[in-house]
Ligand binder design. Structure first.
Ligand SMILES: NC(=O)c1ccc[n+]([C@@H]2O[C@H](COP(=O)([O-])OP(=O)(O)OC[C@H]3O[C@@H](n4cnc5c(N)ncnc54)[C@H](OP(=O)(O)O)[C@@H]3O)[C@@H](O)[C@H]2O)c1
Length: 325
């Protein structure tokens, strides 16, 4: 397995298991089967989990899982408060809730999300989160879906953040515009989602007709179909899949492997999150092939012959996370 050290005493698997998929909209989750599956991920070396306070039962599943496993694992949650004033007692209350559900004394990485930049209370929240970090309830502080402009403000205010979790894929390379150069200067890492476009980056969609809304059976597929439309549409996406298929045949691996490796090799990327439908579907064996894969210059040039024809998502949407605002 490929690992990365992303902060003091924090080593992760570079493919993280995403738990949004247990929150609904991705099929019915059976918690017993889900925990058995989590143990299989752990045994295969996929030891790092990405969850959130708003992902339904995700934190409690981690809590139950922690009682069954003896080996180390890393669980990253998120704090996604409703907009409003951020007092010490509000922030402490929610972090204590996460600690309790996850059955841990300290959260390995707490990723903070904020909906509304007009309201600068996000700086108050970070002040209280830093205090909780000093008290030992949080090992490292990270962000999710923050743009570069706000992260500059956060850094200027001397908050120590190690990462930002954003959408990053062959299709959406917005982080490279202004975020990556800033992160290189400040030693901040990127953790990515949407790298497989909810499963669109796979043989299943190669030469397939454009799906209708009714064909999109998960919230994730619905979310990323919108991205494909904004990026350039189904026809251009098919051209991209064809190229990825040629490259994957050459390397004897899957289209999903190419899409994951492409992002893992980008500057500042610590890890790629791949959504796991626990107890429903399983791509562990295929995804572990990413660690043996090396893309060459020819592969990258072929991919850019297609991506250069797409719309510029930075111009259309804005910096990372602006799709939520
Ligand atoms: N911070 C945020 O705002 C945010 C937003 C979205 C997601 N996330 C995080 O990122 C995680 C990933 O979610 P996502 O929505 O971006 O999904 P994703 O990882 O792009 O897609 C996951 C889906 O891809 C398919 N897949 C996985 N490996 C495959 C392989 N080797 N071959 C073919 N298909 C494969 C599976 O589909 P099937 O199950 O259908 O086979 C899986 O359910 C979430 O769980 C969450 O932790 C964070």
């Amino acid at each position: 397995m490929e690992k990365a050290i992303i902060g003091k005493d924090l080593e992760i698997c570079r493919i993280l298991n995403g738990m949004w998929q247990v929150a609904g909209g991705h099929g019915q989750i059976n918690s017993k089967l889900a925990i058995q599956d989590m143990q299989r991920y752990q045994e295969s070396g996929f030891t790092t989990w990405d969850l959130a306070d708003i992902y339904g039962p995700a934190e409690s599943l981690i809590g139950d899982f922690s009682k069954k496993v003896e080996q180390n694992f890393q669980a990253f949650t998120k704090f996604v408060p409703n907009p409003g004033p951020m007092s010490n007692s509000i922030v402490t209350y929610y972090i204590d809730e996460s600690l309790k559900k996850m059955n841990v004394d300290c959260i390995d990485l707490l990723q903070f999300h904020w909906w509304d930049y007009q309201d600068s209370s996000y700086l108050d929240a970070l002040k209280h989160l830093s205090k909780l970090q000093n008290e030992g309830k949080i090992k490292h502080l990270g962000l999710t879906n923050f743009d570069t402009e706000r992260i500059k403000i956060i850094v200027e205010n001397n908050f120590k953040i190690i990462s930002n979790q954003v959408q990053y894929s062959i299709l959406d390379q917005r982080p490279e515009k202004i975020m990556t150069p800033f992160f290189m200067k400040h030693g901040i890492k990127i953790i990515t989602y949407g790298t497989l476009l909810g499963g669109f980056f796979s043989e299943k969609y190669l030469n397939a007709d454009e799906p209708t809304r009714g064909d999109l059976t998960t919230s994730s597929l619905q979310k990323y179909k919108n991205m494909i439309d904004m990026w350039g549409g189904w026809q251009l996406f098919q051209e991209l899949l064809e190229i990825l298929n040629i490259i994957s045949k050459k390397h004897n691996c899957s289209i999903a492997n190419i899409a994951t490796r492409f992002i893992l090799d980008k500057s500042q990327v610590a890890g790629v999150i791949i959504g796991t439908r626990l107890g429903i579907s399983d791509h562990r064996e295929d995804n572990s092939k990413v660690f043996d894969l090396k893309l060459d210059q020819n592969d990258l040039s072929l991919i850019s012959t297609i991506t250069s024809k797409s719309n510029d998502l930075f111009d259309t949407i804005g910096d990372c996370g602006d799709e939520y605002r």
